[in-house]
Design a protein around this ligand. Structure first.
Ligand code: 5RP
Length: 223
């Protein structure tokens, strides 16, 4: 089986009837949404969910997961999401799929955040993957320069030769730092720049990291 699917199935095994679930975004979270839908269809599970992107919401509705809005809930019980990089402290880089803002809002309002990943995502130090930063379109050129001053090589994310637009109508600037030695400090510095909406560093948000390997082995790192 595909390691992404193995990690997703393991995460879904922690879900119980009556829970409100946060649904992540990306090719790994895809498998968790598919498995949840299968369990609902087989009447093995009765849950409701909030999605982190329009894409995940669409998939969830297609597989029969009832979708709620924040106005209808108190707190999310468990969110299952992927990551672009994760270290042993469970600090993450997210946003490769462009959904980092909604993902962070959902994660911050969840009792537990389970991250699912294949082995390629587990790293010693964050930063090889360029850090996605969501910025307001107005004045993005100045925000770009301020990000550069933090020591990275920034690049506006493109799609079909035009700036990629997030679900929240913002741009993404991908910042190549190469190695991030103090993720918590960098997180604060980036979010202090006017024009930045949010960055893809997830610090102290994940409670469990499920890593699946090609040979089928599963490693769980918990906080
Ligand atoms: C989307 C994300 C994804 O979780 C991250 O990009 C991992 O995606 P994939 O599972 O496709 O590798 O943060 O914004």
């Amino acid at each position: 089986m595909n390691p992404k699917q193995i990690a997703a199935d393991k995460a879904v095994s922690f879900i119980e009837n009556g829970m409100i679930i946060g649904l992540g975004t990306g090719t790994t979270a895809y498998w968790a949404i598919a498995r949840l839908g299968e369990k609902i269809k087989n009447k093995e599970l009765d849950i409701k969910a909030i999605a982190t992107s329009t894409g995940s919401e669409k998939q969830a509705r297609e597989v029969g997961i009832p979708i709620l809005s924040f106005a209808e809930i108190d707190q999310i019980d468990i969110t299952i999401d992927g990551a672009d990089e994760a270290d042993e402290n469970l600090h993450l880089i997210k946003g490769g799929g462009g959904a980092l803002l909604r993902e962070k809002i959902v994660a911050s309002n969840s009792k537990k955040l389970i991250i699912i990943a294949d082995e390629s995502k587990l790293v010693k130090h964050l930063g090889k993957f360029s850090l996605p930063v969501e910025v307001v379109v107005f004045g993005w050129e100045k925000t770009f320069q301020k990000l550069q001053l933090l020591g990275c090589v920034p690049k506006v994310r493109l799609e079909n030769n035009k700036p990629f637009i997030t679900d929240n109508s913002n741009y993404i600037i991908d910042c190549a730092f190469n190695e991030i030695l103090d993720p918590a400090e960098l997180h604060e510095k980036i979010n202090a720049i006017v024009g930045v909406v949010e960055n893809g560093l997830f610090i102290n948000l994940a409670s469990k990291l499920i890593v699946a390997y090609k040979d089928g082995e599963v490693k769980i790192i918990e906080k």
